[in-house]
Design a protein around this ligand. Structure first.
Ligand code: ATR
Length: 441
């Protein structure tokens, strides 16, 4: 039944790597190895705290790499890695080169404290603040190298093992399927989608489960197969797959078709449907403040994000004005959606808009102090949305605020596109307040 998939489990101590590895071994007859156990063997039975104390961390890390090199040669199915294995790039590279899928068991710090806080064999947790600091440092490394990020909460080890088998095994054997949802793309390490969707699932007391999966263009076909087979019930799609998947799905909704990108996948009557909820996120963020109908709406930019904004404006009966650096692109977009095009230098034109939607990437780079348009483009009474959400307070929004405009932060759009997705996934209403809280909004 099992087809030779190889898994390396990573995560902080207490995340459940050993238990999940044991569950995988017992269910599926897989060969499992504990990296730390091997190191102890290699050091003649000396315990890991003893190795650290007597020989230092450098020695331990060199043994860890040595053991890993041996284990991958043995073609073991599941490796339960030590918590610090990710601190050395060569270890991560080695696992990847040998075809291991790196699975990060993502447990919140408080849960780890509950699990191992009182365990005398885990001296790291004697000093909680030190442990927290190390957790912060390691978490970033885990996320960056992981192929799958599985949030760990109430799930038992055997349920996590079941989820992994459902996703990774090509076995045709019929088992009870879990309702699994995922954000797919690359990178996925900073995605907040698992946060809002798992909060929503918990609020509804469902057993649905949401995780993050690093997939690239080559995986599109496989992803659709998983959806068709029911192994995956739905997905949120992020870069670079939003456009790549258009050709792979069985059906596209009108919005996905018109925008030329999808961000949501689900199964309907046996067919994989590609939908777009980004435009809905834009609509709901703005309409919390003011209706779009009959308003003069300026979209700044003419790229992919601007297409979702243009669609949103037209769907809700706004008058569309596209302002862009490159005129031909502005004209093309305006033609497609029935709007008027202009230049970013048209300050009077931009200021005359009732609503402004900033869709360019300007403001996104770390420490970028620029705004795509100057302060003269804003006035009191305008409603101004910036789709850049990191940083939250862009120079663009600061200008708008100073002019007395009402500003809407980009993270609002993330919330509302997720709310629409949640409605699709649940086939009903979404618990908006719970999802807002999950994002600290
Ligand atoms: P996305 O899919 O995120 O919208 P995109 O398709 O690359 O990204 O589009 C980027 C948009 O940001 C474009 O409208 C681009 O303007 P051009 O069409 O002239 O290239 C705009 N943009 C990027 N950097 C810019 C800058 N420094 N000043 C003005 N506009 C900029």
């Amino acid at each position: 039944m099992y087809d030779g998939m190889k898994i390396a489990l990573i995560g902080f101590m207490g995340a459940g790597k050993s238990s999940v590895a044991a569950a995988l071994a017992s269910r599926n007859d897989m060969r499992v190895l504990e990296c730390d156990e091997r190191i102890v063997e290699l050091c003649n039975g000396k315990s890991i705290p003893e190795i650290f104390k007597d020989e230092g961390e450098g020695f331990f890390r060199s043994k860890e790499s040595e053991v890993l090199r041996l284990i991958v040669q043995e073609n073991v199915d599941v490796i339960s890695c030590g918590g610090g294995v990710v601190t050395q790039d060569e270890n991560v590279q080695l696992l990847k080169e040998h075809g291991y899928r790196i699975v990060y068991l993502d447990a919140p710090f408080e849960l780890l404290c509950e699990r191992v806080g009182g365990d005398p064999s885990r001296p790291l947790f004697y000093d909680k603040e030190k442990a927290r600091q190390l957790y912060g440092e390691r978490e970033a490394l885990y996320r960056e190298c992981a192929d799958l990020i599985l949030p760990v909460g109430e799930q038992s080890a055997s349920s996590i093992a079941h989820i992994l088998m459902q996703l990774l095994s090509s076995s045709k054997e019929e088992e009870k399927k879990e309702s699994l949802y995922s954000v797919v793309g690359d990178p996925i390490c900073h995605s907040r989608s698992p946060l809002i969707h798992n909060a929503a699932f918990e609020a509804f007391e469902t057993t649905k489960y949401y995780f993050a999966w690093r997939l690239t263009g080559d995986d599109c076909k496989k992803l659709c197969r998983l959806l068709r087979s029911g192994a995956l019930a739905g997905a949120s799609v992020t870069m670079p797959l939003k456009e790549m998947l258009l050709e792979q799905v069985d059906e596209l909704t009108d919005s996905a078709q018109a925008i030329g990108a999808l961000n949501t996948l689900y199964l309907q009557e046996g067919k994989v449907v590609g939908d777009n909820t980004d435009w809905s996120g834009i609509v709901r963020s703005i309409e919390e403040q003011t209706p779009l109908v009959g308003k003069k709406v300026g979209v700044l930019g003419a790229g992919g994000t601007a297409r979702a904004a243009a669609y949103a404006v037209k769907e809700k009966g706004g008058a569309l004005y596209i302002f862009n650096r490159t005129q031909e692109k502005a004209q093309k977009l305006a033609e497609q959606f029935g709007g008027t095009s202009g230049a970013l230098s048209d300050e009077d034109g931009i200021r005359s808009c009732d609503i402004l939607i900033q869709t360019t990437s300007v403001g996104m780079k770390p420490n970028e102090e620029h705004s795509v348009v100057p302060a003269e483009c804003f006035r009191a009474g305008q409603v101004v949305l910036d789709l850049v959400y990191v940083p939250k307070e862009t120079r663009f929004l600061l200008f708008a605020k100073s002019a007395g405009a009402k500003v809407i932060y980009g993270d609002r759009v993330f919330l509302w596109q997720g709310v629409r997705q949640s409605e699709i996934f649940s086939g009903g209403k979404a618990p908006v307040e719970v999802m807002k809280r999950a994002l600290s909004l």
